[in-house]
Design a protein around this ligand. Sequence first.
Ligand code: NAI
Length: 357
Amino acid sequence: MSVFSMPDFDNHEEVVFVRDAQTGLSSIIAIHNTNLGPACGGTRMWAYASDDAALKDALRLARGMTYKSAMAKLPLGGGKAVIIGDAKRDKTEQLLVAYGRAVEQLGGKYVTAMDVNMTPDDMRVIAKGTKHVAGYTQPGKAGGDSGPLTALGVFVGLKAAVEHRLKTNTLKGVRVGVQGLGSVGFDLCQQMHAEGAQLVVADLNAERVAKAVAAFGAKSVSPDEIVTADVDVMSPCALGGIVNDQTAGKIKAKVIAGGANNQLAEDRHGAELASRQILYAPDYVINGGGIIRVAGQIFTWSDADIETRVRGIAGTLREIFQRADAGKKPTNVIADEIARERVAAGRKGGVKGMAAE
Ligand code: NAI
């Protein structure tokens, strides 16, 4: 199939196919848009069923990164790379260095970071081939786990959504269901508990559930029940696709606000939530804390600057909610509209607040 006629092709600026016979590297680097800055996005290693599937993933995810960075008001564009292969079997130091060299050849137009099946150690190896790599701990630069910053963005964003839909500016007594108590979910629970929220939690990992029950007085339900639990707010912090044909009509929460990527199985589920008066905080906006942290590392922002930007997620969500109300459109549609406006404005010569200070 030709790249230009693929449904996921969205005027991507550049798609680079990398092959290094010596190390067995097969990679696709998709640069979607650089209007606002260098294309940034993680590298994913996956044993794709076909080359077309790998290309589709790279194209789709690269566009998602353009939108995510635009909504986080970052001086970054969107890109994504995939390495085709079984991470357990095929990931070698030589392959990663060769991949790093391929990134380096793009001269900084694409900056890579971690994604599925890539670890901070892998990023350090890739860094032997390129300086255009971020998102892991480097001496003298910000780094470490992005979970807490993502959780902060979700916390302020969830509060903005609660204020808009439930007309209260405190979480005291608000019942919040949290799916997934990992790096993001657990930290989020801690912040919500401190403000008096009543937590209902689920995780496949029983130890994490027990910890949340003990620390926050949370009620636990099974992973099957959490999405449709009787709560005011549902916070997906585990998997994608949780709003789907099976669940959308049964969700009791009035607000959906969580850190997971790709919460809507399909875009049309956003319309279904809106028709049921459920306020959905678009996932790629509310979980922007991770990419803000990566940007902070690239541009060496201070921790205070990074935190200010993460807290700014609340204001962006308020703008989305107001425009969705005014235009009677689903919030996910409005978020895409605003992202496209910002990218287009970037092409015309800069968007206020996005410049790298
Ligand atoms: P994590 O891997 O630390 O935690 C995920 C948790 O979800 C684990 O405790 C796991 O047992 C649980 N889980 C998995 N399937 C489940 C199910 N069916 N029901 C209930 N629990 C289940 O991941 P992390 O870092 O907390 O990320 C959570 C979500 O947020 C992911 O979707 C991730 O892609 C997304 N995200 C994370 C960012 C970050 O900075 N860590 C940034 C942006 C998005």
